[in-house]
Design a protein around this ligand. Sequence first.
Ligand SMILES: [Fe+2]
Length: 357
Amino acid sequence: MISKIKAQSTDSCIGQESRTFTFNCRQSALLHQLSMEIAAIGGPQAPGANFLTSAAAKELKPSFSQDQCALLEAYSDSLFSVLIFEGLKTINTSNPPDELPDLATLETRPDVLCLASRNQILLKLVDNDAFAYDLDNDGKLVRLVANFKGGGLTKIKAEPESRELSSHSGLALGPHTEAPYWCAVDAKDGHSPSPSSLILSALWNPTLEPTRVIPLPPVLERIGVINCLALTTENFQFTRSDSFVSGKGANGRDVSILAFDDKVGFSARFNSYRFSVNSNVSKFVKTAYSALCQRVEESTPAEYALTQESAMVINNTRALHCRDVIKDNRRVLVRIFGLSKFSTPIVISEDPLLVQG
Ligand SMILES: [Fe+2]
């Protein structure tokens, strides 16, 4: 049976790996007002949004209790895997249309801009800066996660023959961290690190389809120290992501899955449907890779069904996430990537923040 994140905020099998931050009415009203102000200038993609976001975080913080501040700080220090925000205001009570509008139409809706702006502020509360890669999602900060390209349980109007394996399709996505996969904290060989965090909220999720998370610390404990050490060797390869801009990004080789890091302890990069182990490696490395894949497959993901009243920040260097096939094509999530205070990206432009992938 799949465990519920909500019930696990303090004591359970994955214990402190997932925690809940609940906004009270006053805090939530202020967050809503500040989100609307950023949405009014065009949302996270607009020049000036980052400045307004910092100001919003500064304005909100004095209203938080000591416990709330401690929770934000612990996430900011990368000490656990998932932070759920609850008690958020409903943005739009109207029902979703039977068929989704196209991506460009959806992206400019005031409710989407408001949710995206709210996500940007929530990221800032945990010292993460919203950003985009030059080579991914057309260089845009906000990504709408929905079945635009087919592959869901129910066919869409323009169901294509071949489906891309990305968050723009309806296909099930196996356990993964977000690309790029070259490094996770410090830039390397001209590549910025993978996202430190991703934040998700839902515009519509009519049948409460869950987002699933697999924190890695229990998995790594189970596979043991020798296997973990073998996963730090640069003996793994990955295939190019389908969300990359056409002509940019490529398959990668000779990367590690785990790395020790002075600032966050360990960091991970892994994708169950894109990674593989190099063929000419020792039996130790092959055994370690099989052990990881097997333990990930056997793990019981924690699950959470997002709505407009909640948001989920996932630590992308410490946890995998996944989802089942999309059952209701009206489901739309709003996602943004965040870079933590520990991350050292290669910056292309500051406002909005664009980094080299
Ligand atoms: Fe993902």
